[in-house]
Design a protein around this ligand. Structure first.
Ligand SMILES: *[C@@H]1O[C@H](CO)[C@@H](O)[C@H](O)[C@H]1NC(C)=O
Length: 302
């Protein structure tokens, strides 16, 4: 086989691979989310776990909510009082090492925010209605912001690095991908023709129209930025080119950048010593008695 035929073969295999996976993913996710509610949830795009290398990304990780977030042009909802409730990740699902990383990811966000954003374990006793369910689905994805009710945050295989987990939690806190900012064209060039397909482009690279940047400048090193070759047809074809310096490496999945921290503090109206200025919910609204009518959980003993 000469090298041209070989390349052609690889391309075909590649195409089959990329075309088959999204549909399995949608079905899988729809199935698993139907257990939660009637929301038809599908991740916008399957993460390229196979492309993940040190500092590389797991992409396409925003879970749309019944079409509402499909264009990602809805202002995400903040968690009242900066309190994020989550269901304890199961030890039957995740190894203790992964659970350590989940715990550390949350601790990093809390510390960076100056204790303004806190994560609290949801229990049946506290009966919180809105909370994150950390699951092991296919790929890494999350809803953006607090959507109401239990909301999945998936950490599938290849999603266990602390930085990747922080990235997903930032989505859940209401942060979108940096490269979809309304003003992105002043900072990066998106090479549409190098993106795997139009579908992938539409789901992962479209510029947001409604977007609050909270006055934080565009951030190339954000934990929420895609890499230079994200969703590329080939690793040699860049999909995102930084305008200030074409060879600048974009994004990372190691830690919160200082710009990520600034953004979080603005979003959650963090005041040192005073916590978040996002109004707390009326606690009666979230009490166990009103919660018990919710179909997912039964009162103990029934
Ligand atoms: C936890 O995250 C670190 C990176 O911060 C990574 O090196 C390590 O492999 C992760 N642990 C597990 C169990 O995946």
């Amino acid at each position: 086989m000469n090298s041209l035929t070989f390349k052609y073969l690889l391309l075909i295999i590649g195409l089959i691979g990329t075309h088959c996976r999204p549909s399995t993913e949608s079905e899988e996710s729809e199935e698993s989310s139907n257990e939660i509610d009637d929301d038809d949830e599908t991740p916008d795009q399957v993460p390229h776990n196979d492309k993940e290398t040190e500092g590389e990304l797991v992409e396409g990780d925003i879970l749309s909510s019944g079409g509402v977030f499909r264009n990602a042009n809805v202002q995400p909802k903040m968690w009242p009082g900066g309190e994020v409730f989550y269901e304890k990740p199961r030890t039957t699902t995740f190894s203790s090492g992964v659970i350590d990383n989940i715990t550390q990811a949350m601790a990093d966000i809390t510390a960076a925010s100056g204790n303004c954003i806190v994560f609290k374990e949801r229990t049946i006793r506290t009966g919180k209605r809105n909370y994150i369910q950390i699951k092991k689905d296919r790929g890494c994805f999350s809803k953006v912001g607090m959507v109401g009710g239990p909301q999945p945050l998936s950490l599938g295989l290849g999603c266990y690095k602390k930085g990747v987990i922080i990235h997903e939690f930032l989505h859940a806190l209401g942060v979108n991908h940096e490269h979809t900012r309304h003003d992105r064209d002043q900072h990066i060039e998106v090479k549409k023709n190098n993106v795997l397909s139009l579908d992938v482009y539409n789901n992962n690279f479209k510029k947001r129209i409604i977007h609050d940047d909270y006055g934080i400048p565009y951030c190339y090193m954000s934990i929420m930025h895609y890499s230079n070759t994200a969703f590329s047809k080939s690793d040699n074809d860049k999909t995102i080119i930084p305008l200030i310096n074409p060879s600048l490496k974009l994004g990372q999945r190691v830690k919160l950048d200082s710009c990520d921290i600034k953004l979080l503090k603005e979003m959650y109206k963090c005041t040192p010593g005073k916590g978040s200025g996002i109004p707390k919910e009326d606690s009666s609204d979230d009490s166990y008695s009103s919660y018990s009518s919710y179909s997912l959980y039964k009162k103990p003993g029934t």
